[in-house]
Design a binder for this molecule. Structure first.
Ligand code: SF4
Length: 260
């Protein structure tokens, strides 16, 4: 269980005077990552809010990691913009969790929706389930319903907070606690990067944080309803996503680097 601890880096300013965002955002991200490493995740969140002047955006997908991060954001009343990308294809259980979470914490989670005209063109071309037909069609759907809305969510932000953990996939294994994303022009922060799923679940249970009812039915990573299924014991937690595709990164594009 997380216990509040006092660490020197938690209280002291960590950023050298010559590494302000305007002078060198890469150095700033590196300094943040170094300062965050010995801290607990809630301390990392507080440090980010203290060290960065601009808008911080946390994209909440209602997974167990996101629920725990949201718990800590609310607990510390941090001025972090919490948004979710509502693709329109989420599980009813996810919408129920969304409402339950807002009620528990007394804080609205801002929804961002796909562009209506782009969605009309997509469905007119590919139909309601065209994403099963090819990887290209699947990426087109994720592009309209997730990746473009993400760009809107992050517009003007100084940093983007995610629930990514290193042990989720090989591509996520290469992520950092904080890194400057040149393509998006912001610092991407993964406060739970070095935590395991078991540790997240233990912390969620300790604080009675609400989680998706589907986890009790074998669902590990939960995204859109038509593209997510339960996994078997021992399977990788991302195997329930886009299961009909062979190989690939099991990513929708949100956590892949954006071309600069
Ligand atoms: S996960 Fe499936 S339904 Fe959701 S945006 Fe991607 S392809 Fe479309």
């Amino acid at each position: 269980m997380f216990r509040e601890t006092s660490h020197p880096a938690f209280e002291a300013s960590l950023v050298p005077a010559d590494s302000s965002p305007s002078s060198d955002p890469v150095a700033k991200a590196r300094a943040l990552a170094q300062a965050m490493a010995p801290l607990t995740p809630p301390q990392r969140l507080a440090l980010l809010r203290r060290e960065l002047d601009g808008r911080l955006v946390f994209t909440h997908g209602f997974g167990i990691e996101g629920q725990l991060l949201f718990h800590w954001i609310c607990e510390q009343n941090l001025a972090i913009d919490v948004v979710t990308l509502d693709t329109g294809r989420l599980f009813p259980e996810t919408y129920e969790l969304w409402e339950k979470t807002e009620a528990r914490y007394g804080r609205r989670i801002r929804a961002i929706y796909p562009d209506g005209a782009a969605l009309e063109r997509l469905v007119a071309r590919d139909g309601m389930f065209g994403f099963y037909d090819s990887v290209e069609a699947r990426h087109a759907c994720c592009g309209v319903r997730k990746v473009k809305p993400l760009e809107e969510a992050l517009s003007g932000a100084q940093a983007w907070l995610t629930g990514v953990r290193a042990d989720q996939t090989d591509t996520r294994h290469a992520a950092s606690l904080a890194d400057f994303e040149h393509g998006r022009g912001l610092i991407k922060v993964n406060p739970l990067l070095d935590w395991t799923r078991a540790r997240v679940l233990a912390e969620v249970a300790a604080h009675d944080v609400p989680i998706n009812a589907l986890h009790a039915k074998g669902f590990a990573s939960i995204g859109c309803e038509p593209c997510t299924r339960a996994i078997k014991p021992g399977e990788s937690e991302r195997n329930g996503r886009w299961w009909w595709e062979q190989g690939g990164s099991r990513e929708c594009g949100l956590h892949l680097p954006k071309a600069g």
